[in-house]
Design a protein around this ligand. Structure first.
Ligand SMILES: [Zn+2]
Length: 79
């Protein structure tokens, strides 16, 4: 469902964020940082990254819903 969406994985060594798709993260165990070259083990972090990504998507969805509700209220004429 989120397989084609990109996750930003921060490098624990230099903080550089590497964008990978959810599908890529699911099928790979290691990721090497392009900036400092350190290897990030994904095995233990995979679930956390995916959970975090899903949570962020839900937060964004909630925000856009709240915004559209607020906009709808704003168009109402005051008495
Ligand atoms: Zn790095």
């Amino acid at each position: 469902m989120f397989d084609n969406e990109e996750i930003d994985i921060p490098c624990p060594e230099c903080g550089h964020e590497i964008s990978k798709t959810v599908d890529w993260v699911k099928t790979n165990d290691e990721l090497s940082c392009k900036r400092c070259g350190s290897v990030i083990e994904l095995e233990n972090e995979r679930h956390l990254l995916i959970i975090e990504h899903v949570t962020q998507s839900i937060t964004k969805l909630r925000r856009s819903l709240a915004k559209s509700r607020k906009d709808a209220r704003g168009t109402r004429r005051p008495r």
